[in-house]
Design a protein around this ligand. Structure first.
Ligand code: GRF
Length: 199
C-alpha cells in the first residue's frame, strides 16, 4: 500500500515513520510528504530520505475545501491508499475526510478523550494528571475524536519537568505510531462503530 504523511512542523514522528519504513517495521510505501508550512523541518527530513515532498500554501486557496481538493488531487496522482497525520496543524474538511473515509490516521499526545487540542502534554501536566499517554486513532469529522487504534499510558513522575515529560511522550509516540501504521497497512484493523478490532 502507498501512503502519504501530512506535516506542519519539526517532524520527529515523520522521522520515526521514515526509519520504520526503511527497516520494514512498516510494510508500506511512503510516497509523499505534504506540508502546509513552507519552513517545516519535516520537509528537510523528507528530502534527506529521498521522499517526494511538497509544500502547499493555504494562502493560495479561497477556503479549507479548496486546499483539501488540492491535497486529494496530489494523493490521487500518487495513488495514495491511506494518509498519516504527523503534527499536521490544520483541520481537514468533511470533504477530505469523506474522500478518505477510515483511511486517515492521527496521533495525539494524551489519552483521548482527555486533553484534546493542540497543547495536550502541557494540559495534562498542569492539570496535575498522574497518568497520561498517547493515542493513535482514525480521523473522523470531529477533532481528536475518531475510533481508537492503540493507546499507551505513561505515569507522570512528580519530579519530571514539562520538558522531561515531553521527551517521554514523544518516545512512546514514535514507537506506537509505527506499530499502528503497520497494522493498518497489513489490513489488520477492523472498525465497527467506535471499536477497532485488531485481527
Ligand atoms: C506530536 O506530539 C503529535 O502527537 C502531535 O503533534 C506533535 C508533532 O510533533 N499531533 P512532530 O512534528 O512529529 O515532532
Amino acid at each position: 500500500m502507498n501512503f502519504a504523511v501530512l506535516v506542519s512542523g519539526r517532524g520527529t514522528n515523520l522521522q520515526a515513520i521514515i526509519d520504520a519504513v526503511k527497516n520494514r517495521r512498516i510494510k508500506a510505501h511512503l510516497k509523499l510528504v505534504v506540508s502546509d508550512k513552507k519552513n517545516a523541518y519535516a520537509l528537510i527530513r523528507s528530502r534527506k530520505a529521498g521522499i517526494k515532498n511538497i509544500f502547499i500554501d493555504p494562502a493560495c486557496f479561497k477556503d479549507r475545501e479548496y486546499f483539501d481538493r488540492e491535497l486529494v488531487k496530489n494523493f490521487k496522482n500518487e495513488k495514495i491508499d491511506f494518509i498519516v497525520l504527523a503534527g499536521f496543524m490544520r483541520i481537514l474538511s468533511p470533504y477530505f475526510i469523506r474522500t478518505f473515509k477510515n483511511k486517515i490516521l492521527n496521533i495525539h499526545p494524551a489519552l483521548l478523550p482527555a486533553f484534546k487540542g493542540a497543547h495536550a502534554i502541557k494540559d495534562a501536566y498542569t492539570y496535575g494528571a498522574k497518568i497520561t499517554g498517547v493515542t493513535v486513532h482514525f480521523v473522523d469529522e470531529k477533532v481528536d475524536h475518531g475510533p481508537i487504534i492503540l493507546q499507551e499510558s505513561l505515569a507522570i513522575n512528580p519530579k519530571d519537568s514539562l520538558s522531561a515529560l515531553e521527551v517521554k511522550i514523544h518516545a512512546v509516540e514514535h514507537r506506537l505510531y509505527a506499530q499502528a501504521i503497520n497494522l493498518f497497512a497489513r489490513k489488520q484493523l477492523k472498525i465497527s462503530g467506535r471499536k477497532v478490532k485488531i485481527l
